[in-house]
Design a protein around this ligand. Structure first.
Ligand code: MG
Ligand code: MG
Length: 254
């Protein structure tokens, strides 16, 4: 969406604050022995407690398929995105990484954010993957300035991830958000500066670098949702909803 009124901006900021608080609580709950369904239930309970609505539950992606059956996406290790927390319920183990991706609708406006969290102690290589992917999100946000282009964001993200020796998943990327879960423009996590759609003041975007520690090829699991790396490499994912203001991006879900 393009935010045009102060009232819309207030709702967006308030929704982002709610989502940030829930993701912080989920992150704090992550530990060996915790199940994916516990995290999903906590997310749903906290969203409803604020009078908001889960944005992913029952959402049917463009192109069909069945409605998404949970509130939270929980993707462990080589699961890239859209892991279903209750089909089947999985238990987190020491040394895993887990991506938590959540969207909510607050007074009609949708916000979307994700983090990848280490479960207990993880290897140095895994820490490096998480750091590089989070740094790529920061670089993408810094490049999101009205007057520039989608390709400036894409390039900044790609440079950060590949510069650290990892690869970018090409099938997935960021997107406009606000009225719908996924809106135009699509924001690839690779590209060239100056290319693609122009960035406009008031745009609400979800930037989401998604990386692999090995090869970038992915497959979709028989559940129709879970993207997985083909070679079994670990994957990380960080996402913020941002609002493009005149001078640059304001992070809505920080
Ligand atoms: Mg998301
Ligand atoms: Mg998203």
């Amino acid at each position: 969406m393009i935010v045009t009124t102060g009232a819309e901006k207030e709702i967006l900021i308030e929704g982002g604050r709610h989502l940030a608080a829930i993701l912080a609580a989920l992150r704090a709950r992550v530990a060996p022995g915790v199940t994916t369904e516990e995290l999903n239930a906590l997310a749903e309970e906290m969203i409803l407690a604020e009078g908001d609505e889960p944005a992913f539950l029952a959402y049917t992606p463009e192109g069909g398929g069945r409605p998404y059956p949970a509130t939270l996406c929980v993707s462990i290790n080589d699961d890239v995105v859209h892991g279903i927390p209750n089909e089947p319920i999985k238990t987190l183990r020491e040394g895993d990484i887990v991506s938590l991706d959540l969207g909510l609708r607050h007074n009609g406006i949708i916000v979307d954010s994700a983090v990848t969290v280490a479960v207990g102690a993880v290897s140095e290589e895994t820490k490096k993957l998480l750091r590089a992917t989070e740094a790529a999100l920061a670089a993408g946000i810094a490049a999101a300035i009205p007057g520039k282009h989608v390709g400036d964001i894409s390039h900044a993200i790609q440079k950060e991830i590949e510069g650290a020796g990892f690869t970018v998943i090409k099938e997935l990327g960021g997107h406009g958000v606000g009225e719908l879960v996924h809106e135009e423009p699509f924001i690839p996590n690779f590209g060239k500066p100056g290319e693609g759609e122009p960035l406009i003041e008031g745009m609400v975007l979800a930037l989401e670098p998604i990386s692999s520690a090995g090869k970038a090829a992915v497959t979709i699991a028989p559940d129709g949702y879970t993207f997985r790396t083909k070679d079994g490499s670990r994957s990380a994912h960080f996402e913020h909803t941002i609002l493009l203001e005149r001078a640059g991006a304001r992070i809505i879900t920080a």
